[in-house]
Design a protein around this ligand. Structure first.
Ligand code: FEO
Length: 170
């Protein structure tokens, strides 16, 4: 059984993951409006990944006999000045999410909740990967700047991304 403090923090994280998904869906729409289909496809995969994260927390709370309580999801931004601005926001947001995961780890340690500590390790590793992949795209967009042909090349590259949920929900 989860302790109340841990349960509340995990419920908050479900909301944070759903907000991430909502933010990236808004960005997908922004890229659709620019006819940058590859960026939009990359963003769709990101939306699915965040929903997967939310459901992973959801299932974990249920498995531990906790009650999931959903809250309101904050309204995301709707437009950005440039693709670089959008990706800079993703980078900042993912750094924020890493901080949230680390705080959950701290709480699980404090509460001596070994099962939750073990569960969270997957997210610790996932955040390293997320920050790295977004950081790479930010770097490329900085190199491209106003170069339209570079933007189209990156669009083609990002369009190859497909979200494959890890086998067994892992
Ligand atoms: Fe669910 Fe992008 O972290």
């Amino acid at each position: 059984m989860l302790k109340e403090k841990m349960l509340n923090a995990l419920n908050d994280q479900i909301n944070a993951e759903l907000y991430s998904s909502y933010l990236y869906l808004s960005m997908e729409s922004y890229f659709q409006s620019l006819s940058l289909k590859g960026f939009a496809l990359w963003m769709r995969a990101q939306v699915q990944e965040e929903l997967f994260h939310a459901m992973k927390f959801y299932d974990y709370v249920c498995d531990r006999g906790g009650r999931v309580v959903l809250g309101a999801i904050e309204k995301p931004d709707a437009s950005w000045k440039t693709p670089l601005d959008a990706f800079k926001q993703i980078q900042k947001h993912e750094q924020h999410v890493t901080g949230l995961i680390n705080s959950l780890v701290d709480l699980a340690m404090k509460e001596k909740d070994h099962a939750t500590l073990n569960f969270l390790q997957w997210f610790v590793a996932e955040q390293v990967e997320e920050e790295a992949s977004v950081g790479e795209i930010v770097d490329k967009l900085k190199l491209i700047r106003q170069d339209t042909s570079g933007l189209f090349l990156l669009d083609a590259e990002l369009g190859k991304r497909v979200f494959n949920p890890p086998a067994g929900g892992e």
